[in-house]
Design a protein around this ligand. Structure first.
Ligand code: UDX
Length: 422
């Protein structure tokens, strides 16, 4: 099919290039000239393992433009992949969504053929029905369900594994009341063997929030139990390995440690909380999950103070990105931790294989080491904040190590090794 993608970020670029790999012609619509030029030079505008190779292989089927009118005119299906960040109070900010819907509407006014709009962005239940479809209808002066349709096809891509996750979904969610939509969408995913779950539009929107919120709650549960396990001298990983053998529980996403960061979990949980409150419901469990997560970095302070007075000491921060294999530091635990250590009078030296440039935008005064080895050498104590593979083989001899992400090999050489939840 001929597909247009609105938004060339993590989701849009990965989705576009992978759909090209499946044989579709893809046009990515972006406002950022640098991203447009990068994609058209067959260089991905962001790092994701496997993306570069796929873009080089399918470059003849992928182009980027800022001209949404031509993109809509020349394609049959449009995926909305723009961001839905948090507002001050945590509620969802639909500004980019509204702008995309209006632009699509204006472009559709001139188009005769039926057009399918697929919402991949994470939007709170009801957004497609009450915001996106009406805006497209208003600007196109056309009728939803007749001249165009809006459906929901949420993504479950993890940063650092997005290409893999695109081709290996546990299920495909298709949300629409319009059989024509479902039929077109199924045509896109014929090569997938996983279950295709069809449901109403707002059910599909809700499934995405429930998935992310449950994973966030599961991590905060792991951390609450992890903190108690630590106090009892129990290794929480062993606890969850055993508990996870119950098929109703499962072993995954019980990695207790510094908690979750990233551009999705914090924002999606907060958006669902605000939505619940707007309906007069107190979302107590989601509230607790965020509170536990916000306080988890304090376990590092407590453990460090067991061995050294933090004030004036040089603390090495190993890992800045919110997870390995990405340069993304959005909501990364390194941010809360460095802020807290600075307020305790520590001197900071930081290192990350990919995220130091991003980190410097927030902490321009922080000294960054040129290698993880130099950081360990120059620090009085080392905190492992992101589990980059290269941190496993470092020599921590003579150092105090507080490990927030279970790099157990550090225990072999560190003079003092403390895991936050083990
Ligand atoms: C997440 C969801 O996994 C994905 O399905 C959704 O589409 C987008 O949000 P992402 O945020 O990219 O993906 O990364 P993920 O691997 O889920 O990790 C998120 C955060 O949780 C990271 O900071 C990670 O360190 C933390 N985490 C993850 C834990 O602390 N414990 C775990 O067991 C798993």
């Amino acid at each position: 099919m001929k597909i247009s993608i609105i938004g060339g970020g993590y989701v849009g670029t990965v989705t576009g290039v992978c759909l090209a790999e499946l044989g579709n012609d893809v046009t990515i619509v972006e406002i950022d000239r640098k991203k447009i030029d990068s994609i058209n030079s067959k260089i991905p505008p962001l790092f994701e393992p496997g993306l570069k190779e796929l873009l080089e292989k399918n470059g003849h089927r992928v182009d980027a433009t800022d001209d949404i009118n031509t993109a809509i005119e020349t394609t049959d299906v449009t995926f909305i992949c723009v961001g839905t960040p948090s507002r001050e109070d945590g509620s969802i900010d639909l500004a980019y969504i509204e702008k995309a819907a209006a632009s699509i509407g204006k472009a559709l006014e001139k188009k005769a053929q039926y057009h399918l709009v697929v919402v991949k962005s994470t939007v709170i239940p009801g957004t497609c029905d009450s915001v996106i479809a009406p805006l497209i209808a208003e600007y196109s002066k056309k009728q939803a369900g007749v001249d165009f349709s809006v459906c929901s096809n949420p993504e479950f891509l993890r940063e650092g594994r997005a290409v893999y996750d695109f081709f290996h979904p546990d299920r495909i969610i298709l949300g629409s009341e319009d059989p024509q939509c479902i039929q077109v969408l199924q045509g896109l995913y014929t090569q997938f063997s996983c279950p295709v779950f069809k449901c109403s539009l707002k059910t599909a929107e809700m499934i995405k929030y429930v998935s992310n919120s449950f994973l966030a709650v599961k991590i905060s549960f792991a951390n609450e139990i992890g903190n108690l396990s630590k106090a009892l001298g129990i290794d929480s990983y062993k606890v969850f390995e055993g508990a996870g053998m119950d098929s109703r529980i499962g072993p995954l996403f019980f990695n207790a440690g510094l908690g979750f960061g990233g551009s999705c979990f914090p924002k999606d949980v907060a958006a669902l909380q605000r939505l619940g409150e707007s309906k007069g419901l107190k979302m107590m469990l989601l509230d607790a999950a965020l509170k536990i997560n916000r306080g988890q970095h304090k376990t590092v302070i407590t453990l460090l103070e067991r061995y050294i007075p933090i004030k004036g000491k040089k603390i090495g921060i190993l890992g800045l990105a919110f997870k390995p294999d990405t340069d993304d530091i959005r909501e990364a635990k390194s941010i809360d931790l460095v802020s807290s250590l600075l307020s305790h009078g520590a001197k900071i030296v930081a290192y990350d294989p990919m995220a130091m440039d991003q980190f410097r935008k927030i902490f321009p005064e922080i000294n960054c080491a040129s290698s993880s080895r130099d950081l360990v050498r120059d620090s009085d104590a080392v905190v492992i904040v992101t589990e980059w593979k290269e941190f496993e083989d470092l020599d921590y001899s003579g150092k105090i190590v507080v490990d927030g992400r279970r790099i157990l090999k550090a225990r072999d050489t560190a003079s003092v090794y403390e895991g936050v939840c083990w």
